[in-house]
Design a protein around this ligand. Structure first.
Ligand SMILES: *Cc1c(COP(=O)(O)O)cnc(C)c1O
Length: 395
C-alpha cells in the first residue's frame, strides 16, 4: 500500500473514507498524484479552487504577503483585510463584513447575529430560526443544528434549541413553521450537499416577502453557490433578491481557508464590541488572498466566462439525460451542476478516477460537478468523454 495512505490511516482521526489517491500538485484544471498520474478536476477541492492551480498572479500575491506579515490579531488593523472587506461589500451589496476561517464559522456568526437581533428587539432570548430540510451548513454545534439532515445530528444531541425546519421550495411549509418568535430564515440559495437543488424564483421571492413583512432576517448561505459559481458574483443576484445576511467561504480565498458573514440594513449593526471574535479571522494573508481573487475575477472577466461555459456544460449534461436511461435528471445552475441517476454513483466515481477524472457525489445517486471556474469547453468535452466511458462500461 502507498506509504502516505498507510500513515494517514494510522494517525488521522477516522472521520473520512477517502479515495485512494495522494494528490501532489496541480496545474491549471489538472491535479497530479504522487505517481504523476494526471486527473481532470471537476471538484475543485469542493468548489474552492475557482481559479485553478498554479495561478501565478494569485501565488505571487500570497508569497508577497507571507514575506510581510501573515498574522496580526484583531487588536490592530491591517490593510489587506480592510481592502478585502471593501471589495466583498461592493460585490455583495452588504455593508458590514466579518471574516472567519471557514464556512462553518460564517454560519455560526450568522446564527449569533440572528439571535442578537431578536434579543435587541424583544429583550428575550427565545428567537427561532427556520432552516430547511436537506440543507447543509457545517459541522459545529450551531451549524449542525441548522443542518436539516438527521443522519449528521443523531449522535451529537442535544442540538441548540429554537431551530425549526421547513421544506425547501415550499412556501406554505415555511409559513407553517412561523411563530411570533421567528427571527430569521436561513437557506442555501442553491442546496449543494443536499442534492443540487436551486431555490425557485417564487420561493426565494416569497421568503424575502415574508421576511420583510414580519421583520425577520433573510440569511442566505452562499458558501458553495456564491463567488461566481453561477455566473453572478453571488447566486441571489441571479434572482434579484437582497438578503439581510449572507455567509460565504470556499472560493472566496482561492484556496486559503477563509470565510465571511456579512450584513446590511437593520442587520448591519446588531453585533457590537464583545459580541463576537476570532484570533485568525481578518488576518492579512487571507485578506491578500481575497483581494487577489476579486482582482483576478474582474481582470479576466470571469463571470462572463462562467456564463458561457456553463451553458455548454448544461447542454452536454442534458444530452446524457436523453441518451442514458439510467440518468434521470440534471439539476443546478452555472458551474454547480448535478446529474441524478436511478442508482448509486460510487462505481462511476471510482471508474472516472481510474480514467483520470475527479468528480464527486451529492448524496448516493447524484454526481456533482464543481469544476474550477476557469474551465474551458475542451475540458468539458474531455470530462463528458470519460464519463461516457464510465456509463457504457458499467451498463
Ligand atoms: C462547505 C459548506 C459549508 C461549510 O463550510 P466549511 O468551510 O467546510 O466549514 C456550509 N454551507 C455550505 C452550503 C457548504 O457548501
Amino acid at each position: 500500500m502507498n506509504k502516505t495512505i498507510e500513515k494517514a490511516e494510522e494517525y488521522f482521526l477516522h472521520t473520512y473514507n477517502r479515495y485512494p489517491i495522494v494528490l501532489d500538485h496541480g496545474k491549471g484544471v489538472y491535479l497530479y498524484d504522487d505517481n504523476q498520474k494526471r486527473y481532470l478536476d471537476f471538484a475543485a477541492g469542493i468548489g474552492v479552487f475557482a481559479l485553478g492551480y498554479e495561478n501565478t498572479t494569485y501565488n505571487n500575491a500570497l508569497k508577497q504577503q507571507i514575506d510581510k506579515v501573515i498574522h496580526t490579531s484583531n487588536l490592530f488593523y491591517n490593510k489587506p483585510s480592510a481592502d478585502a472587506a471593501e471589495k466583498f461589500a461592493e460585490a455583495s451589496g452588504m455593508e458590514k463584513v466579518f471574516f472567519t476561517n471557514s464556512g462553518t464559522e460564517a454560519i455560526e456568526g450568522a446564527i449569533k447575529l440572528a439571535r442578537k437581533y431578536y434579543y435587541q428587539k424583544t429583550g428575550s432570548a427565545e428567537g427561532e430560526i427556520i432552516a430547511m430540510n436537506h440543507s447543509f451548513h457545517g459541522r459545529s454545534m450551531g451549524a449542525l443544528a441548522v443542518t436539516g439532515q438527521p443522519k449528521y445530528q443523531e449522535a451529537f444531541g442535544p442540538m441548540i434549541p429554537n431551530i425549526k425546519f421547513a421544506e425547501f421550495n415550499n412556501l406554505e411549509s415555511v409559513k407553517a413553521e412561523m411563530s411570533e418568535n421567528t427571527c430569521a430564515i436561513l437557506l442555501e440559495t442553491i442546496q449543494g450537499e443536499g442534492g443540487l437543488y436551486p431555490a425557485t424564483e417564487e420561493f426565494l421571492e416569497g421568503v424575502e416577502k415574508i421576511c420583510k413583512e414580519h421583520d425577520i432576517l433573510l440569511m442566505l448561505d452562499e458558501i458553495q453557490c456564491g463567488m461566481g459559481r453561477v455566473g453572478e458574483m453571488f447566486a441571489y443576484q441571479a434572482y434579484g433578491v437582497i438578503p439581510d445576511v449572507i455567509a460565504s467561504a470556499k472560493a472566496i480565498g482561492g484556496g486559503i481557508p477563509v470565510g465571511a458573514f456579512a450584513a446590511r440594513g437593520k442587520a448591519a449593526n446588531v453585533l457590537e464590541p464583545g459580541d463576537h471574535g476570532t484570533t485568525y479571522g481578518f488576518n492579512p494573508l487571507a485578506g491578500a488572498a481575497i483581494n487577489v481573487v476579486f482582482d483576478i475575477y474582474k481582470e479576466s472577466n470571469l463571470l462572463e466566462h462562467v456564463k458561457e461555459v456553463s451553458e455548454y456544460l448544461e447542454e452536454k449534461l442534458d444530452n446524457l439525460v436523453t441518451e442514458y436511461f439510467c440518468v434521470k435528471e440534471r439539476r443546478g445552475k452555472g458551474l454547480m451542476q448535478g446529474l441524478e441517476f436511478d442508482h448509486p454513483v460510487n462505481d462511476y466515481i471510482a471508474k472516472a478516477q481510474e480514467l483520470g477524472l475527479i468528480i464527486i457525489s451529492a448524496g448516493a445517486n447524484v454526481i456533482r460537478f464543481l469544476p474550477p471556474l476557469v474551465i474551458e469547453k475542451e475540458h468539458i468535452d474531455e470530462m463528458i468523454g470519460i464519463l461516457e466511458c464510465c456509463l457504457t462500461e458499467s451498463a
